[in-house]
Design a protein around this ligand. Sequence first.
Ligand code: NI
Length: 187
Amino acid sequence: MPVLPIVTYDDPVLLAKADLVHPDHPDIQTLIDDMFDTMYEADGVGLAAPQVGYSLRLFVVDADVITEDQEEAESYGPRVYINPDIEAIGEETWSAEEGCLSLPEIREKVTRPHRIKIRYQDRDFKTCEEEHEGWFARVLQHEYDHLNGVLFIDYLGALRKRLIKNNLEEIRLGNVKTEYQLAPKAL
Ligand code: NI
């Protein structure tokens, strides 16, 4: 199955609010399969449809996450989230370093709610609801943000933003090398 090229900052599709996915959307199951292939090829733990050029409310994840009370990694995937809604549970937040396949070579600390509830449709368009915390909740929030045109760098303070300004400009111009295939830059 084909691996899709990954769109990078600041392609308009990454900055747009994505559209709801209808169960009859043409070739949606193929797109989901291709997104998994693309994510695995790029060694990512999550991939949102806008990152492969589709402005649709859909993301896939496959994450091994080490939870607080056990040293072994628990597997959270492969999972498909369609038309998700996320809300924070409680006030607790925590910070950790994040990266993004659409922002190669940038890693920054981001503060997010610790515990969340997610309502979504699975790939059979069955409505589901789950609660998650810690790292997996972070992955879900990061991917969910992509559906609203939000990137993790949007959470950074003015100083950190200034420090990554040149890196962002290089990504914007297409001057980055990655192990995975990038979409060509529009001129
Ligand atoms: Ni990302």
